[in-house]
Design a binder for this molecule. Sequence first.
Ligand code: CP3
Length: 353
Amino acid sequence: MSQRLKSDLVTRAASGEQTPTVPVWFMRQAGRSLPEYRAVRKRGSILDTIKDPQLSAEITLQPVRRYGVDAAILYSDIIVPTFAVGFGIEVVEGKGPVATVPFRSEEDLKRLRDLEPEVDTSYVIETIRILVKELDIPLIGFAGAPFTVASYLIEGGPSKTYLKTKSLMRSNPDLWHKLMDRLAKLAISSLKSQIMAGASIFQLFDSWVGVLSPAEYAEMVAPHSNAVFHALAELNVPSIHFGVGTAMLLDQIASSGCTTVGVDDRIGLDYACRITQGKVALQGNLDPANILMGKNIAIDQTKKVLLASACSPGYIFNLGHGVFPESDPQVLKAVVDFVHDQGAAIRKNAQTR
Ligand code: CP3
């Protein structure tokens, strides 16, 4: 792990430092918005592409070359650990993760044995080893948070209502906690192996947890997500905890043991500062829809995000959620350049006002 980095802005900002240039990366920066991705992506399941370390490393590097972002995020998926232990889950193009036989009962826990990363996901480790040799910026490892992964296992696919998930949680809390405990263990093993292989920061994606109330989050989710951050604390790398629609959960998310909270675009970063009270650095939160509206609007809105970010010394610019596949890479590039050129000055001005 003796990586020599040209820029460690992301890890410094994620540790709470005010950096001389505002670092930026985008959730889903790799993928279908890039013509060079569409050109190399294998036909069929994304999981086959993820199992090819050379190709996955190349896809991880594509947005780094094109945009000059300050971090690479490993090309993989949140369902890789459950897939690798043989739960029976796939990623269907245009849809997302699908489990043919969803999680229903105690019996189904047997399909979630412990992960042995060196054996089960050796291709992920190999991809990271290739990447850290190539990269002079931090590599972000990641995992799905227990709730968000559980929602795919229980629903059997993407959902708008999360009815089956909420129903299992409320009708059989004992089984729910067992499932969440298993999923936290999978995330911990996977993240440990990613960091040991050379990832220098990680993000826990709890994309869909915003459907829960604060009380239910506290009882049913927080102990398990927090266990992930606590188990990784000994490895001493900064960490980002992200979810969508989390305004009412933000105080709990900030107390999870993460160093940085990823904020979505439904609240202002100034509001996020008031809630998190300087306990963590912030990341976010340009509405990804702005990228579809052309350079002028995207840059205008970027300025607003930077102004609102001034309250937080540690700050990483990002979108509020992933890049839409229809996004124009030139608009994303313009946003990166603007954040690098003017971000620090805009924030400084706002801080001294
Ligand atoms: O650039 C990056 O962000 C790195 C790679 C990455 C992927 N998935 C690759 C991928 C990351 C970080 C993820 C995480 C992920 N996967 C999340 C959390 C992030 C979020 O968006 O909230 C979730 C919920 C998933 C589950 C998942 N996998 C979905 C909903 C989809 C989209 C289905 C579709 O086709 O629209 C996937 C497939 C997937 N994972 C793609 C990519 C680039 C789609 C493209 C493809 O199939 O080639």
